[in-house]
Design a protein around this ligand. Structure first.
Ligand code: NAP
Length: 121
């Protein structure tokens, strides 16, 4: 019995990750906080969340592992700071909240070329 939390489940990568998780018998429960509602599924809990004000003490953070497929582009985000919020700050907040609620693993789908020394933002 294991619970997987997916962040970014409405996106291209996240939607496919969610579909695979819902089909996988090893995963008994999927929690997918999103800002737009997902189609209901018996294994799915879908809290609607504002990532600028995540409810860090909510029970739904309780999980075994996280896959984070949040992401944006600088163009979509509108400014460098907004891009960093979505690509860095939100994943870090999700990791910390899930860890505080028992998560043992965190997989981040990074942007291509993500590296502390990258010349890209
Ligand atoms: N697609 C690829 O081929 C590819 C290749 C390599 C790496 N990646 C990386 O994979 C990650 C996801 O990419 P993707 O192509 O799946 O992106 P995407 O389709 O644009 O999905 C992004 C996800 O992040 C969420 N998100 C964005 N801004 C948000 C905000 N302000 N508040 C809350 N949620 C927000 C979106 O929610 P909404 O639906 O509500 O907007 C969506 O669930 C990125 O880090 C990307 O660099 C993607």
């Amino acid at each position: 019995m294991s619970t997987l939390l997916i962040a970014g489940a409405t996106g291209l990568v996240g939607r496919e990750t969610l579909a695979r998780a819902l089909d996988d018998p090893r995963i008994t429960h999927v929690i997918a906080p999103t800002r737009r509602a997902l189609p209901p599924h018996a294994k799915l809990t879908n809290p609607i969340a504002d990532f600028e004000a995540l409810p860090l003490n909510a029970d739904w953070w309780r999980c075994d592992a996280v896959i984070c497929a949040l992401g944006t582009t600088r163009a979509k985000a509108g400014a460098a700071e907004a891009f960093v919020r979505v690509d860095h700050d939100y994943p870090l907040a999700v990791a910390r909240a899930a860890r505080a609620h028992g998560a043992q693993g965190f997989a981040l789908v990074s942007a291509i070329g993500a590296d502390a020394t990258s010349s890209l933002l």
